[in-house]
Write a protein that binds this ligand. Structure first.
Ligand code: IDP
Ligand code: MG
Length: 148
Protein backbone atom coordinates (compact mmCIF):
# COMPACT_ATOMS: atom_id res chain seq x y z
CA UNK A 1 0.00 0.00 0.00
CA UNK A 2 1.20 3.51 -0.87
CA UNK A 3 2.80 5.67 1.82
CA UNK A 4 3.70 9.35 1.97
CA UNK A 5 5.67 11.64 4.26
CA UNK A 6 3.77 14.53 5.85
CA UNK A 7 5.02 17.19 8.24
CA UNK A 8 3.26 19.89 10.25
CA UNK A 9 5.79 22.71 9.95
CA UNK A 10 6.88 24.94 12.88
CA UNK A 11 4.15 27.52 12.11
CA UNK A 12 1.46 24.83 12.23
CA UNK A 13 2.72 23.70 15.65
CA UNK A 14 2.93 27.28 16.97
CA UNK A 15 -0.59 28.02 15.73
CA UNK A 16 -1.99 24.90 17.47
CA UNK A 17 -3.10 23.40 14.16
CA UNK A 18 -1.58 19.92 14.70
CA UNK A 19 -4.91 18.39 15.77
CA UNK A 20 -6.87 20.09 12.98
CA UNK A 21 -4.42 18.91 10.31
CA UNK A 22 -4.33 15.33 11.61
CA UNK A 23 -8.14 15.34 11.91
CA UNK A 24 -8.51 16.18 8.22
CA UNK A 25 -6.15 13.41 7.13
CA UNK A 26 -7.72 10.86 9.51
CA UNK A 27 -11.24 11.80 8.44
CA UNK A 28 -10.33 11.26 4.81
CA UNK A 29 -9.60 7.66 5.77
CA UNK A 30 -5.83 7.43 5.59
CA UNK A 31 -3.95 5.36 8.13
CA UNK A 32 -1.29 6.81 10.45
CA UNK A 33 1.85 4.64 10.24
CA UNK A 34 4.42 6.71 12.14
CA UNK A 35 4.59 10.00 14.03
CA UNK A 36 7.41 11.96 15.67
CA UNK A 37 7.53 15.34 17.46
CA UNK A 38 11.00 16.72 16.82
CA UNK A 39 13.27 19.65 16.04
CA UNK A 40 14.92 19.28 12.64
CA UNK A 41 18.73 19.68 12.56
CA UNK A 42 20.44 21.89 9.97
CA UNK A 43 21.85 18.74 8.32
CA UNK A 44 18.47 17.05 8.06
CA UNK A 45 16.86 20.27 6.79
CA UNK A 46 19.46 20.57 4.03
CA UNK A 47 18.97 16.96 3.04
CA UNK A 48 15.18 17.18 3.10
CA UNK A 49 15.09 20.32 0.94
CA UNK A 50 18.14 19.49 -1.23
CA UNK A 51 16.13 20.03 -4.44
CA UNK A 52 15.81 23.73 -3.47
CA UNK A 53 19.51 24.30 -2.65
CA UNK A 54 19.94 26.81 -5.49
CA UNK A 55 16.77 28.79 -4.81
CA UNK A 56 16.89 32.33 -3.44
CA UNK A 57 14.64 31.31 -0.53
CA UNK A 58 16.76 28.28 0.52
CA UNK A 59 18.49 29.98 3.47
CA UNK A 60 15.22 31.36 4.85
CA UNK A 61 13.57 27.99 4.31
CA UNK A 62 16.26 26.27 6.39
CA UNK A 63 16.00 28.76 9.26
CA UNK A 64 12.21 28.51 9.20
CA UNK A 65 12.01 24.71 9.18
CA UNK A 66 14.58 24.43 12.02
CA UNK A 67 13.05 27.27 14.08
CA UNK A 68 10.86 25.08 16.27
CA UNK A 69 9.33 21.65 16.66
CA UNK A 70 7.56 19.90 13.80
CA UNK A 71 5.32 16.83 13.64
CA UNK A 72 6.73 14.32 11.15
CA UNK A 73 4.40 11.54 9.99
CA UNK A 74 3.96 8.65 7.60
CA UNK A 75 0.43 8.15 6.21
CA UNK A 76 -0.77 5.18 4.20
CA UNK A 77 -3.63 4.55 1.79
CA UNK A 78 -4.73 4.21 -1.80
CA UNK A 79 -3.32 7.04 -3.91
CA UNK A 80 -2.19 8.81 -0.73
CA UNK A 81 0.77 10.66 -2.30
CA UNK A 82 -1.19 12.61 -4.92
CA UNK A 83 -4.30 12.82 -2.76
CA UNK A 84 -2.38 14.37 0.14
CA UNK A 85 -1.12 17.09 -2.22
CA UNK A 86 -4.78 17.82 -3.09
CA UNK A 87 -5.80 17.88 0.59
CA UNK A 88 -2.90 20.28 1.29
CA UNK A 89 -3.64 22.65 -1.58
CA UNK A 90 -1.21 24.68 -3.67
CA UNK A 91 2.20 25.70 -2.27
CA UNK A 92 1.16 29.37 -2.16
CA UNK A 93 -1.80 29.53 0.26
CA UNK A 94 -3.23 32.58 -1.53
CA UNK A 95 -3.72 30.30 -4.57
CA UNK A 96 -4.82 27.22 -2.61
CA UNK A 97 -8.50 26.32 -2.98
CA UNK A 98 -10.88 26.79 -0.06
CA UNK A 99 -11.46 23.39 1.51
CA UNK A 100 -7.75 22.56 1.40
CA UNK A 101 -5.48 22.73 4.45
CA UNK A 102 -3.42 25.62 3.07
CA UNK A 103 -6.45 27.26 1.47
CA UNK A 104 -8.36 27.28 4.75
CA UNK A 105 -5.60 27.74 7.32
CA UNK A 106 -2.62 29.63 5.85
CA UNK A 107 -1.80 32.90 4.10
CA UNK A 108 1.89 33.09 3.12
CA UNK A 109 4.04 30.84 0.89
CA UNK A 110 6.91 30.76 3.40
CA UNK A 111 4.50 29.88 6.24
CA UNK A 112 2.27 27.28 4.62
CA UNK A 113 1.99 24.99 7.68
CA UNK A 114 2.32 21.57 6.01
CA UNK A 115 4.70 19.53 3.88
CA UNK A 116 3.77 16.48 1.81
CA UNK A 117 5.90 14.42 -0.59
CA UNK A 118 5.31 15.31 -4.24
CA UNK A 119 6.10 11.94 -5.90
CA UNK A 120 6.62 8.24 -5.06
CA UNK A 121 10.41 8.76 -5.21
CA UNK A 122 10.25 11.76 -2.87
CA UNK A 123 7.95 9.86 -0.50
CA UNK A 124 10.37 6.96 -0.20
CA UNK A 125 13.37 9.26 0.21
CA UNK A 126 11.70 11.49 2.83
CA UNK A 127 10.22 8.60 4.83
CA UNK A 128 13.65 6.99 5.17
CA UNK A 129 15.27 10.35 6.05
CA UNK A 130 12.93 10.81 9.02
CA UNK A 131 12.07 7.28 10.13
CA UNK A 132 13.70 3.94 10.75
CA UNK A 133 11.83 0.92 9.46
CA UNK A 134 10.94 -0.25 12.97
CA UNK A 135 9.23 3.08 13.68
CA UNK A 136 6.68 2.46 10.92
CA UNK A 137 3.87 0.45 12.51
CA UNK A 138 1.85 -2.33 10.88
CA UNK A 139 -1.65 -2.75 12.31
CA UNK A 140 -5.22 -3.41 11.26
CA UNK A 141 -8.18 -1.10 11.75
CA UNK A 142 -11.71 -2.47 11.90
CA UNK A 143 -12.85 0.33 9.55
CA UNK A 144 -10.34 -0.56 6.82
CA UNK A 145 -12.89 -2.72 5.02
CA UNK A 146 -15.15 0.34 4.68
CA UNK A 147 -12.36 2.47 3.21
CA UNK A 148 -9.96 0.34 1.15
P1 IDP B 1 5.68 22.25 -1.59
O1 IDP B 1 5.92 22.42 -0.11
O2 IDP B 1 4.27 22.57 -1.96
O3 IDP B 1 6.14 20.92 -2.13
P2 IDP B 1 8.05 23.39 -2.86
O4 IDP B 1 8.05 24.05 -4.18
O5 IDP B 1 8.66 22.01 -2.77
O6 IDP B 1 6.53 23.38 -2.32
O7 IDP B 1 8.79 24.35 -1.86
C1 IDP B 1 9.16 23.90 -0.57
C2 IDP B 1 8.80 24.96 0.45
O8 IDP B 1 9.62 26.10 0.24
C3 IDP B 1 7.36 25.48 0.35
O9 IDP B 1 6.42 24.68 1.03
C4 IDP B 1 7.49 26.85 0.98
O10 IDP B 1 7.44 26.76 2.40
C5 IDP B 1 8.88 27.28 0.55
N1 IDP B 1 8.80 28.13 -0.63
C6 IDP B 1 8.49 27.76 -1.89
N2 IDP B 1 8.51 28.79 -2.74
C7 IDP B 1 8.85 29.87 -1.99
C8 IDP B 1 9.05 31.25 -2.29
O11 IDP B 1 8.89 31.70 -3.43
N3 IDP B 1 9.41 32.04 -1.23
C9 IDP B 1 9.58 31.56 0.03
N4 IDP B 1 9.40 30.27 0.35
C10 IDP B 1 9.04 29.43 -0.64
MG1 MG C 1 8.02 20.09 -2.35
Amino acid sequence: MEQTFVMVKPDGVQRSLVGEIIRRIESKGYKLKAIKFMIISQELAREHYVEHVDKAFFKDLLSFITSGPVVAMVWEGEGVIASMRLLMGKTNPTEAEPGTIRGDLAVKVDQNIIHGSDSPEAAQREISLFFQEREIIDYNRAIDRWIS
